[in-house]
Design a protein around this ligand. Structure first.
Ligand SMILES: [Zn+2]
Length: 110
C-alpha cells in the first residue's frame, strides 16, 4: 500500500509526517530465525503480512519495512511494486544474472 506518513512511533526517524511512503506485503520478519539470520527474511518462519496480519492500509508498520516512493510514480503505479516488484527484484538479485542477461520468472503477478 502507498500512503502518507501521519505519525512516528518511539525511536522512528527515517520518515517525517506528510511524506509519501509504501509498505510492502512483508510487514515484518522476526529477525531471529535461521532465514532472518542469513538475510533471507522473505523466508522468515514467523512473518507478519500487510493486509493479512494487519488491518488493511491504515496501520502502524515498522519503518524498516517502509519505502520512500519516488515522485515519478503515481500511487497506483507504485503499489504493485511493493509486492510483485519486490519478488521479481529478489529473483533478479539471487540469480547472479550478468548485465544484459535475460531472466524468466514464472508465477509472477500482483
Ligand atoms: Zn525470521
Amino acid at each position: 500500500m502507498v500512503a502518507e506518513v501521519v505519525g512516528l512511533g518511539a525511536g522512528s526517524s527515517r520518515f517525517r509526517p506528510g511524506e509519501r511512503a509504501g509498505a510492502a506485503w512483508l510487514a515484518r520478519a522476526c529477525g531471529a530465525c535461521r532465514f532472518c539470520q542469513r538475510e533471507s527474511e522473505y523466508l522468515c518462519l514467523a512473518p507478519t503480512f500487510t493486509g493479512w496480519d494487519t488491518d488493511g492500509g491504515m496501520m502502524t508498520v515498522h519503518e524498516d519495512y517502509v519505502y520512500r516512493i519516488p515522485e515519478a510514480y503515481a500511487d497506483e503505479q507504485a503499489a504493485p511494486l511493493l509486492c510483485a516488484g519486490i519478488i521479481g527484484y529478489r529473483a533478479l538479485r539471487s540469480s547472479g544474472l550478468p548485465p544484459g542477461g535475460k531472466l524468466g520468472i514464472y508465477g509472477f503477478g500482483y
